[in-house]
Design a protein around this ligand. Structure first.
Ligand SMILES: [Zn+2]
Length: 232
């Protein structure tokens, strides 16, 4: 009965696998889930037939259901999403097209629309001030590791906060959610994920997390606010 020591998960082809209990979430994620959005998927899925269902015509109701904040919802509704399809085993955005899992949640919808907003505005996240703000806050984190370790320890379940601080510190400081070190090394990932994660918090009206960002990543918060105002 080794099964008791393992938990159920799925591999990259959606096949159920058992994950050893001493493999933590991050290790499991790195081994089985993390791939560059879209590109490596293609290599792995070459021989796999995926039936994607086009749900682009449900765009408005999907957005209305997912978003809580009206300003961000309006931005989403005004965004040209080329297509929304269902049926992959992970969610991703590629050049204005969104692919979701069958059992997608509002969190993922907002996140992928965040990437679409970023892309449609000539990668808004590459804005000089935004990129600079990430570097300034990053330096502050590296100079105050103890404070940030404590912050993440106390809030390890906050997906966006954990992911972004993980990305900024090359996973030296990370909670229960994040991407692999390899992923973060790719160019533009940090600013694009930071934008999408902040867009997600704002779209969900997640005031608790937004307050944490405002307090602990103040420069990023300010520049994100600036970028969003341009879209309103
Ligand atoms: Zn993303």
């Amino acid at each position: 009965m080794t099964e008791g020591l393992q938990r159920r998960a799925r591999d990259e082809n959606g096949k159920p696998i058992l994950v050893s209990q001493d493999m933590n979430y991050q290790e499991w994620y790195n081994k089985y889930i993390d791939k560059e959005e879209g590109i490596i998927d293609n290599l792995f899925n070459k021989n796999r037939k995926v039936q994607l269902t086009d749900i682009t015509n449900q765009r408005v109701s999907i957005i209305n259901q997912a978003f809580s904040n009206n300003n961000i919802k309006t931005i989403a509704l005004n965004t040209n999403i080329k297509s929304i399809k269902l049926g992959e085993n992970k969610a991703y955005h590629r050049q204005g097209n969104i692919v979701l899992k069958h059992n997608y949640d509002s969190h993922t919808v907002i996140h992928e629309i965040g990437h679409t907003v970023d892309y449609n505005n000539k990668w808004l996240s590459s804005n000089n001030n935004f990129v600079k703000a990430i570097q300034v806050d990053k330096q502050y984190i590296l100079n105050n590791k103890e404070i940030y370790n404590k912050l993440i320890k106390n809030n390890s379940n906050y997906k966006e906060l954990s992911d972004i601080i993980g990305g900024m510190t090359n996973n030296e400081i990370v909670g229960n959610y994040g991407h692999s070190k390899k992923y973060w090394k790719k160019s533009n990932k940090l600013e694009r994920e930071t934008f999408a994660q902040m867009f997600t918090m704002a779209g969900r009206d997640d005031l608790k997390q937004l307050e944490l960002f405002q307090k602990y990543l103040p420069n990023i918060f300010k520049e994100f606010d600036d970028l969003i105002r341009r879209l309103l």
